[in-house]
Ligand binder design. Structure first.
Ligand code: 5GP
Ligand code: ZN
Length: 139
């Protein structure tokens, strides 16, 4: 895709610190890391959002994502990792080439306050759970 920074990185037309590459995926260090070793993993095929991922890309990519995560955890001797993936501007996606973030974590590092993500929780009733269940279950 022309003018996509991540497509340029895959093609070698833009610089990156590449960690891994396979037929389906490409991993490199994030230029503006949330923590040291923050890694971006992208499908080589340009897709914008999770619902556009072809099944073969999704399944092969997930195997790579697990492999890369395991490797990073061992290489940096981490206590944990967060894996984040944003879809659409509303969800904080800035680069419109679908990607996963692997974020290295250490005990008490204060890097991400996961509890803060839940500050605006909806009040739920059993009725509302039932409605959502009807609306959302895969048929
Ligand atoms: P998003 O908010 O779209 O989920 O995250 C995009 C990520 O890509 C950000 O963490 C940002 O720092 C990273 N990023 C954007 N442009 C570049 C770039 O040119 N090179 C690298 N290595 N990372 C980038
Ligand atoms: Zn792209």
């Amino acid at each position: 895709m022309v003018n996509c920074i991540f497509c340029k990185i895959i093609a070698g037309d833009a610089k990156s610190y590449k960690l891994y590459e396979s037929e389906y995926s490409f991993a490199f260090l994030d230029i503006n890391p949330i923590s040291e070793g923050h890694t971006v993993v992208i499908p080589k095929k340009h897709v914008q959002s999770i619902e556009e991922w072809p099944e073969d890309v999704a399944s092969h990519f997930m195997v790579d994502l697990v492999k890369i995560s395991k490797h990073i955890k061992e290489a940096l001797k981490l206590d944990g990792i967060n894996i984040l993936q944003n879809n659409g501007k509303a969800a904080g996606q800035v680069v419109m080439h679908s990607h996963f973030h692997i974020i290295p974590r250490r005990n008490n590092d204060g890097v991400l306050n996961i509890e803060m993500l839940g500050k605006n929780r909806p009040k739920m009733t059993d009725e509302r759970f039932k409605e959502l269940h009807e609306q959302m279950k895969l048929k």
